[in-house]
Design a protein around this ligand. Structure first.
Ligand code: COA
Length: 579
């Protein structure tokens, strides 16, 4: 145990580190690293003729994945379907959720998260989980948005809706972003109340998080642009500033039908909890907006006055990769046997295809090194085979290095489902050491406080996926390519002691469950992105071709923003669910 004197010396050293003159502090400005990255060695991204058959097999597989991706995207864009859209716009005279976001956000790129959440669940399809979430700018300030889509069962909250809202709040907290809620919800989806009400990570957690985020000085604004019934009533009432739209917004714990049933009294929604009542009598809201347009304009004004600095203008002073991004589908592995050198992928993602490799000749099953993405310096950790003992030690070293230098980390994950079986006792002992080394890497990843992004480019299997910053290791964002497979073991190698029929049935089940869209439907990630769009365009935009944003660009910009405008957070004595 350290002596008191040693402990005191350590404390003095720690304090003096915080008191370094600014010239001695770590540089987090983009310009320096950007210039340095321009001189890094250029990767050779040429695909050798002997690998053309692998490339062709991957391309065919990626094309199938792309078709599925586009089909699902189309489905999601229609929300609750034609009748529900008519009811929403014609009868209820409300704007569609994407039109609302268009009015709320700057006329710039933004990123929608997890659009496939809610598709094909045991309780049916809930397009976009009935609630759009993402990150966009308002008056130049990055904000998280959470917007109910009332065309999906009146905007009621399913278990997956709650999960999506909690994830959006987690992103807001991790990246310290103001949050805007557009509330239009009939409260809990009653038939599933047992799965969304009682537990810790259920509906009430949204309100708990609102309180904790406020205490941590993360501004939150709500616009009541529809029904806020029952639990839905607490989102606007717990936000710091709330706007309600006349004749459209209502807030009550139980609507007129329940009042009638309980008391026999007939009362209109407007009298029970309309805009005038809440802005003039109850004081539940702070601003009355005569129209929806006016409400979003007011929300923008509020965000402009939260005393956050706008993001500095983005630089365009960086080089595009030298190799064609449209070749990425051919490099997206169909399965583990179709995996090519990961540097072929890196050469199509990083600026100028330039990469300064770290420990190039050691533990080569993992590639580590520095590169820039759109001018932002990142540390890259990329699977290039089984995460061996040496590869794990290298990964551990590199992650600690980036953490010490405050460089965001980008993990490209393609993990094996199972280490090859040891042929003898010596090999078995070697594998045991591998577990220990992987555990060290896991510890380094878990404890690294720098921002982390994970991109699953192939397999996300077994224990190796944890060391490669899988979902349970809390990366700030995790995206999947559509060819990705997420399962504890590779479905094709899953064996049972039962009959061959049972084995086939198990493998079929695992195959379905390991699909990227299955993962995204359950919010095990932040969205599926096409390989060729990784750097160039966004997952989905309000109006196709209008405002799109690459997930990596956004994530890396956010991280740079986070590092350059660090706001120390004062603890409010509560622990947030994300931490
Ligand atoms: N649970 C389950 N389903 C619900 C629901 C709820 N809380 N609230 C609405 N729905 C369903 C309706 O059954 C309808 O389904 P359908 O399209 O299959 O027919 C759909 O959502 C739309 O509802 P509808 O009433 O036709 O639309 P609307 O736009 O006129 O009104 C609401 C929407 C949310 C204002 C209204 O449905 C309402 O007040 N619901 C009750 C809210 C409530 O009491 N919640 C308590 C939860 S604890």
């Amino acid at each position: 145990m350290a002596s008191w004197g040693a402990l005191h010396r350590l404390q003095v050293i720690a304090r003096s580190a915080h008191a370094l003159p600014s010239s001695c502090k770590l540089s987090t400005k983009a310009a320096g690293p950007r210039r340095a990255a321009q001189s890094y060695p250029v990767l050779n991204g040429g695909i050798l003729p002997i690998y053309r058959h692998v490339y062709a097999a991957n391309t065919r597989n990626s094309e199938g994945c792309r078709q599925r991706y586009l089909e699902l995207l189309e489905k999601v864009k229609f929300g609750g379907g034609e009748n529900a859209i008519l009811r929403h716009t014609q009868r209820n005279k409300k704007l569609l959720v994407r039109e609302r976001l268009r009015l709320l956000l700057d006329d710039q790129a933004f990123l929608e998260l997890s659009p496939f959440a809610g598709l094909g669940l045991t309780y049916g399809d809930v397009p976009a989980a009935g609630c759009l979430s993402g990150v966009g700018k308002i008056h130049g300030i990055w904000c998280v948005f959470v917007a109910n889509d009332a065309t999906v069962k009146g905007g009621t909250a399913y278990p997956i809706t709650v999960k999506k809202q909690l994830r959006a709040q987690e992103i807001a907290l991790q990246n310290r972003l103001p949050t805007v809620y557009l509330v239009d919800s009939g409260g809990a989806f009653l038939p599933l109340q047992a799965e969304l009400f009682p537990d810790k990570e259920h509906g009430g957690r949204t309100f708990y998080n609102e309180a904790v985020m406020s205490a941590l000085k993360i501004p939150q604004v709500a616009v009541v642009c529809g029904s806020c019934t029952a639990g839905g009533a607490y989102i606007p009432t717990m936000a710091e500033e709330t706007i309600i739209v006349d004749r459209i917004g209502t807030i009550f714990l139980a609507g007129p039908p329940l009042v009638k049933a309980a008391t026999g009294e007939s009362v209109s929604s407007e009298d029970l909890g309309g805009a005038k009542l809440h802005s003039q009598v109850s004081g539940c809201v702070d601003h009355f907006a005569p129209t929806e347009d006016d409400a979003y304009s007011r929300a923008r004004h509020i965000i402009s006055a939260v005393n956050y600095d706008p993001v500095p203008e983005e630089t365009t002073d960086y080089e595009e990769p030298l190799y064609d991004r449209h070749e990425l589908p051919g490099l997206a592995p169909r399965d583990y046997s179709c995996t090519l050198d990961v540097k072929l992928i890196l050469s199509r993602i990083v600026d100028g295809s330039k990469f300064r490799e770290f420990k190039a000749d050691y533990g080569t099953c993992l590639v580590t090194g520095f590169a820039s993405i759109d001018g932002h310096l990142v540390g890259i950790v990329a699977s290039n085979g089984e995460l061996t003992h040496n590869a794990s030690l290298k990964g551990c070293h590199f992650v600690q290095l980036c953490n010490q230098r405050e460089i965001p980390l980008l993990f490209l994950q393609n993990t094996t489902s199972r280490a090859s079986l040891p042929p003898n006792q010596a090999k078995a002992a070697e594998q045991t050491n591998q577990i220990k080394a992987q555990a060290s890497m896991m510890a380094a990843v878990a404890c690294a406080t720098v921002p982390k992004i994970t991109l699953v480019i192939g397999g996300c299997h077994g224990g190796e996926s944890f060391a490669m910053c899988g979902r349970s290791f809390s990366p700030n964002f995790l995206f999947l390519w559509p060819n990705a497979r997420v399962a504890i073991v590779d479905p094709n190698t899953a064996a049972t002691k039962e009959s061959p029929d049972d084995e086939r049935a198990l493998q079929k089940k695992l195959r379905e469950e390991s699909c990227a869209f299955y993962s995204s439907a359950r919010l095990w990630d932040d969205g599926v992105i096409l390989p060729e769009d990784t750097r160039e365009v966004g997952i989905m935009d309000i109006c196709p071709g209008d405002r799109d944003l690459s997930c990596l660009h956004l994530a890396v910009c956010l991280f740079n923003h986070l590092l350059t405008s660090w706001r120390p957070m004062r603890s409010c004595g509560h622990c947030f669910n994300a931490q």
